[in-house]
Design a protein around this ligand. Sequence first.
Ligand code: ARG
Length: 275
Amino acid sequence: MTDAVLMCRPDHFGIEYEINPWMHIAVKVDHALAEEQWNALYRKYLELGVRVELAPPVSGLPDMVFTANAAVLWDDRAVLSNFHHAERQGEEAHWREELERLGFDVHELPRSLSFEGAGDALFLGDRLFCGYGFRTDRESHRPVARILEVDVVSLELVDPRFYHLDTCFCPLDATNVLAAPDAFAPDSMRLIRELVPNLIEVPVDVAAGFACNAMPLGQHLLSSLTISQMDAPLKAAGYTPIPLPMGEFLKAGGGVRCLSLPLGDGERGPARDAG
Ligand code: ARG
């Protein structure tokens, strides 16, 4: 189980631009509520024995709160994100600095390739599943796999609401995966069915509440409120959902998983102990 996560306080969080269909500048963020929701997640991690590293928030970079997009990590290696939109590219230097502080060996991809870190790259066992179609270029998958020395599976995302892989696909362990079939191209969905031992299918309206944007911790599954609708299949797989209100972050197109970059894995590591 992940024993540490990287988070970033929502001090400068807001909707200042629109780079996904959830974001509307006209819809204001309730700052006090965002802080409350972020703190509830932070406290839940501490309560479950997870160490939380905090990246310093930077003014003018409202999406830095979504630490999942900093990089993809494996053992002591990090592949830094090349953000697709100019609006988030200012984060890259800060993430490099933060990951180096945590002891990672930070690698970069050629500037021409877009890649958005753990938001689009999730491990099922030691195989890396990478999304493409909106933020991450398919051509980035091979160089990422080469740097991390892992096998990669490329999955095509087709619904703009599910623009990052972590909005519609969540490995719970080496066997169980939560996924929303409607978010994937038919060939990619076939591949998922072939490779995933136990697929827990999430209806598209439940996924649209960011239920798949979840963090498994032992037998717990931290997610947004709609995860309650997946109670029965999750319990059958041995998981207890922990629903957390994420409304203010949903306005930016993010939920629990986007707010958390797992830094370590107790069994075999994506990432070493940074303590
Ligand atoms: N507003 C952010 C963006 O569009 C949200 C990022 C969500 N992160 C994630 N890992 N899905 O880039």
